[in-house]
Write a protein that binds this ligand. Structure first.
Ligand code: NAD
Ligand code: MG
Length: 399
């Protein structure tokens, strides 16, 4: 096999769950990958350790205080990594000429600007930060198309769908009608989270720690709460729409508690293709890093005889109203998904901070979506205005 040239990687959000898994995969293949930049908001000690191990050219943090703290730690280790901070610095490392590939793994809307900068600069973007795509939709896809960037999904479901689509469709980001290649439906699997079987009337009493205790995946706190409300699956329905061009009616959510089938594509001839694996994000990360080749990820081989049974049921919108709200936002179009995402981020943070009960999350989002009417979004300023307005509205409901 021909030796691949060295890829220079920026990891946005390197101290988070996806960031750490990405570094784990990179460390297995030093002959293929070099780290150009690492970024974190506040986990400075962990970031310093990562800099020592991976020797990036640049490290970006959230504030000038954190930058000063990191600089001291790096000096003590004798490292030459340049330290910067703030949103512009994130955009710079995502679009730098010296960087080939960007892992977009910041959580929430904070990841939009650097992910968009990578898209505009024509990078290979490994997209974990689903909120960026959900909130900016067409703008993000247009940026990818006009620069010729390559967008590869890291979210396990979307990575699975990508793997189950025809090769020509994977490679041509301008061709975005799945029906044209015989796709009937996308079947998005969902574990159902920690409250799949809990009595609905007791849900308001759940604590943040119960909500983040996911049965199959170890993830950051925000996405873990989203999994408990199933807003995560709702955001993923919208993400699938933008990534693969499927209409809401072509995207079906199936509850599959074992999280072994990561998603499926159903074709007009009756074939259903699925991607399976142990629930470990290093598989989609390794897939996207090496695409179209394959590299080892450190994930043990799947043994179906140990798993024994795979189950499937339909989701219940009464138990998971957030899933219905996300479908409604996708169907409404315009800025509805931006409003949904912003309201969700604020409500989830309020829940994690102990300010509201679990069931208030969906109620606050529904109230915000009723109050703000969706409008068409033609540029990033209009988008950020809608995002800020939705955040202010939810905060006013909470207080
Ligand atoms: P996490 O909370 O573990 O990590 C988030 C990272 O973003 C950290 O490095 C943090 O320092 C950084 N960050 C947070 N706020 C920031 C800000 N304001 N400015 C700059 N950086 C900031 O989150 P995670 O679980 O790794 O998830 C990251 C993204 O990947 C999310 O969008 C999530 O939906 C998506 N995702 C995660 C998983 C998973 O298994 N963890 C799976 C699929 C998709
Ligand atoms: Mg997912």
């Amino acid at each position: 096999m021909q030796k691949a040239s060295l890829q220079n990687i920026t990891i946005l959000g390197s101290t988070g769950s996806i960031g750490v898994s990405t570094l784990d995969v990179l460390a297995r293949h030093p002959e293929r990958y070099a780290v150009y930049a690492l970024t974190a908001y506040s986990h400075i000690t962990r970031l310093a350790e990562q800099c020592e191990k991976f020797q990036p050219q640049v490290a970006v943090v959230g504030t000038s205080e954190s930058a000063a703290q990191l600089s001291l730690l790096l000096q003590a280790k004798g490292l030459k990594t340049q330290v910067t901070y703030g949103e512009q610095a994130l955009c710079d490392v995502a679009s730098a000429a010296a960087c080939d590939t960007v892992m977009a793994a910041i959580v929430g809307a904070a990841g939009l600007a650097p992910s968009l900068a990578a898209a505009r600069a024509g990078k290979k973007i490994l997209l974990a930060n689903k909120e960026a795509l959900v909130m900016s939709g067409q703008l993000f896809i247009d940026a990818v198309r006009s620069s010729g960037a390559t967008l590869l999904p890291i979210d396990s479901e979307h990575n699975a769908i990508f793997q189950c689509l025809p090769h020509a469709y994977q490679r041509d980001q301008k061709q975005r009608d799945p029906r044209a290649v015989g796709v009937e439906k996308i079947l998005l699997t969902a574990s159902g989270g920690p409250f799949l079987h809990r009595a609905v009337e007791t849900l308001d009493a759940v604590t943040p720690d119960e909500a983040v205790a996911h049965p199959n995946w170890v993830m950051g706190r925000k996405i873990s709460v989203d999994s408990a409300t199933m807003m995560n699956k709702g955001l993923e329905v919208i993400e699938a729409h933008w990534l693969f061009g499927a209409a809401a009616s072509q995207i079906e959510v199936v509850i599959h508690p074992q999280s072994v089938i990561h998603s499926m594509v159903s074709y007009v001839d009756g074939s259903v293709l699925a991607q399976l694996g142990n629930p470990d994000m290093r598989t989609p990360i390794a897939h996207a890093l090496a695409y179209p080749e394959r590299i080892a990820s450190g994930v043990p081989a799947l043994d179906l005889t140990v798993i024994g049974q795979l189950q499937f049921t339909r989701p219940d919108f009464l138990r998971f109203p957030c899933l219905k709200l996300a479908y409604d936002a996708l169907i409404a179009g315009g800025s509805a998904a931006t409003i949904l995402n912003a309201a969700n981020e604020i409500a989830v943070q309020a829940f994690l901070d102990g300010k509201i009960g679990f069931r208030m999350i969906d109620q606050l989002i529904a109230r915000t979506m009723d109050k703000i009417s969706s409008c068409s979004i033609t540029d990033i300023d209009a988008l950020l205005e809608q995002d800020q307005f939705a955040r202010l509205t939810v905060r006013s409901f909470i207080s």
